[in-house]
Design a protein around this ligand. Structure first.
Ligand SMILES: Cc1cc2nc3c(=O)[nH]c(=O)nc-3n(C[C@H](O)[C@H](O)[C@H](O)COP(=O)(O)OP(=O)(O)OC[C@H]3O[C@@H](n4cnc5c(N)ncnc54)[C@H](O)[C@@H]3O)c2cc1C
Length: 599
């Protein structure tokens, strides 16, 4: 970097790294971002390809293809259970790899370049719980609200709300109106014009309301917006239409934010792509810099003037900490790594949400899906490109149903998403199945799962050896209740499916032959997956397994912070990206404050 060492080195340009780096550079700090991947969408396009990476990233309907694009993939293979026999019961289990595919992306934007773009803020209780664990009132929901408003640029609510906020400062919906993350809604008109689909939707929604009323649940449909402050957090069940992180209906997020700041402040923000950080350089109890391997294979030591900020994701961050001697001392020493700081919490506390599919094959293909080939050569692509409309402006989710699995819960914990696709979780080649136009899949997401027993551990001292990731699904206290909650959700989704009897040819997953609670429990335990890993270098007191203090500093090592999904002590809300953005914005603020108090 011109002018000597950067003030800050940020490792990883994903949801956490890109956001914290952009804000620090914008506020005058000199920042170097080191990212293992590149910026594939900036690379030359091959016009002959059905789906060049640039389109895979930008077109909302192509997100599944983005997640399998070879230029973006940085996938992991995870074990859902300790028992190998139980692992093998999942048909997605790959015996050669010894695990189930867990999609991850590399490159500018990290997983936000292939994620499904759903932008839902965490619940207030999530932030308040962090405040309670850390004793830092700055994490309270009331304090985090301004970070959300700083991030979001809401484009889907009635414009008068925006004007009211701008002209009077009154902002009853709590949305942000001029941040860097544009949020939009995509309602595909073709879906509305497809009579059988419209009928199916109406029937499902009617059945859903019957289910909700039958359950005596408090519910409402007057507000479909999950991010509206006037009613969020009351644990109310209902129908939701999630906003997407798009601008003019093309993917937009941390990657664009980082590139924008880079263009405006090239003197303060440097991006080094295709460089893998091998370890953190620690001397005399302080992180001094990082050792990297560049694209041509040479290694280089880069020093930071102030701090190293780790943002390599829930698997990458604990991996790097352990490679650098920070973690459970006995475990590190068993791999020949000298312990620098004994922190047993590193790589523990791995948490995720459980997901399971109920996949229906329809008797006839949906009319709305006619001609949908998911290539840049079909007419739907042209409609998206020229008008920003049509099927490809949507991520494929029609709506979701939010429920509480137990009336005593303060928040809804089950979200059932209706998807016009054949989706059965992640395995190599899963995106090909999405092309089928005669499916309706329900994806059930169980939030606030009890499991905290998962772990990321070294499989060897070589940075290129993937760590061993064990989810230990449904283990420990609360595991049985989570299984029961998912079975209940399957039964509810089936009741919605019953109203479409004349349209459905067969329920292919789990299949109606699985009718007893016991067989559905087995099905869920064997097949549930997740893709929102977090918590593996969590904030909290060191003697309770915490790795970071409330300002995201690694206990016992100066000049080292973690700013990504690893930092959450408990998995927040229903989706992770917005939670990570808010955490990263607060991190930037704290880092700038500390720079003043500790010059
Ligand atoms: C298929 C899929 C769909 C999803 N859909 C949604 C959704 O719709 N809504 C939502 O809110 N969330 C969604 N998520 C989750 C969300 O995208 C992630 O939780 C979030 O991006 C995590 O942010 P992060 O900063 O922790 O890590 P990441 O975004 O994964 O970023 C980590 C970055 O660090 C880099 N890196 C790692 N190791 C090194 C190293 N040694 N040297 C240099 N660089 C390194 C990686 O290349 C990567 O760019 C989805 C996730 C997946 C996988």
């Amino acid at each position: 970097m011109a002018g000597g060492a950067p003030d800050y080195i940020v490792v990883g340009a994903g949801a956490g790294g890109a956001v914290v780096a952009a804000r620090l550079a914008q506020s005058g700090q000199r920042v170097l971002v080191i990212e293992a991947g590149g910026d594939p969408s900036a690379e030359i396009q091959d016009g002959a390809q059905d789906m060049p990476v640039r389109d895979a990233i930008r077109v909302p309907a192509f997100h599944a293809f983005a997640s399998e694009h070879p230029d973006l993939c940085a996938d992991y293979w995870v074990k859902h259970h300790d028992d190998p026999d139980l692992c093998r019961r999942d048909w997605r289990y790959d015996p050669q790899r010894g695990g189930v595919l867990y999609p991850r992306a590399k490159g500018l934007g990290g997983c936000t370049t292939h994620h499904a773009m759903i932008m839902v803020r965490p619940n207030d209780s999530d932030w308040n719980q962090i405040a309670a664990i850390t004793g830092d009132a700055g994490w309270r929901a009331s304090a985090m609200q301004r970070h959300f408003e700083r991030i979001e640029c809401c484009r889907y609510r009635f414009f008068l709300w925006r004007w009211l906020a701008r002209l009077t400062g009154l902002n009853p919906t709590g949305h942000g109106w001029s941040g860097w993350q544009t949020t939009e809604r995509a309602i595909p008109m073709r879906a509305i014009l497809d009579l059988p689909l419209r009928l199916a939707l109406r029937r499902s929604i009617n059945s859903a309301t019957d289910v909700l009323e039958g359950e005596g649940a408090r519910w409402e449909t007057s507000t479909l917006d999950p991010n509206d402050r006037r009613w969020w957090n009351r644990g109310i069940a209902g129908i939701r239409v999630a906003p997407l992180g798009t601008r003019r209906h093309a993917r937009h997020g941390p990657r664009e934010r980082l590139l924008d700041i880079h263009e405006r402040h090239p003197d303060r923000l440097e991006l080094r792509l295709h460089c893998k950080v091998l370890r953190i350089e620690i001397r005399d109890g302080r992180a001094r810099g990082v050792l990297i391997r560049t694209r041509d294979g040479t290694t280089e030591l880069i020093e930071a003037r102030r701090e190293v900020i780790l943002a390599a994701g829930a698997f990458g961050t604990p991996h790097l900490l352990m490679l650098s001697g920070i973690g459970p001392a006995a475990h590190l020493e068993s791999h020949g790594i000298r312990s620098v700081q004994d922190l047993p919490g590193v790589g523990g506390n791995l948490q995720d949400r459980y997901e399971i599919g109920v996949v229906n094959r329809m008797k006839k293909p949906w009319r709305a899906m006619r001609g949908v080939e998911y290539t840049r050569k079909d007419r739907h692509y042209r409609i998206w490109k020229w008008f920003g409309r049509g099927n490809y402006a949507s991520n494929g989710v029609l709506f979701s149903l939010a429920l509480r699995s137990d009336p005593r819960l303060a928040e809804t914990d089950l979200h059932c998403f209706a998807l016009l696709a054949d989706f059965r979780g992640y395995y190599q080649g899963y995106s090909e199945r999405i092309r089928r136009g005669d499916y309706l899949s329900w994806v059930i997401l169980k939030a606030y799962a009890a499991n905290r027993a998962g772990s990321v551990r070294l499989a060897g001292p070589d940075p290129d050896t993937q760590p061993e990731i064990r989810c230990r699904s449904f283990q420990g206290p609360g595991g049985d209740e989570d299984l029961d909650a998912m079975v209940r959700a399957i039964l509810i989704v089936r009741r919605l499916g019953d109203s479409l009897d004349d349209q459905v040819a067969a329920e292919e997953e789990p299949g109606r032959q699985r009718s007893s609670d016991a067989s559905l429990r087995d099905y869920v335990r064997d097949n549930a997956w997740g893709h929102h890993a977090c918590g593996t270098a969590a904030m909290g007191p060191q003697d309770q397994g915490g790795v970071l203090d409330s300002r995201l500093r690694v206990h016992g090592i100066a000049g080292l912070r973690v700013v990504d999904a690893s930092a959450f002590p408990r998995i927040p809300g229903y989706f992770l990206a917005m939670a990570v953005f808010m955490l990263a914005e607060r991190a930037a603020e704290m880092i700038a404050e500390d720079a003043v108090t500790q010059p």
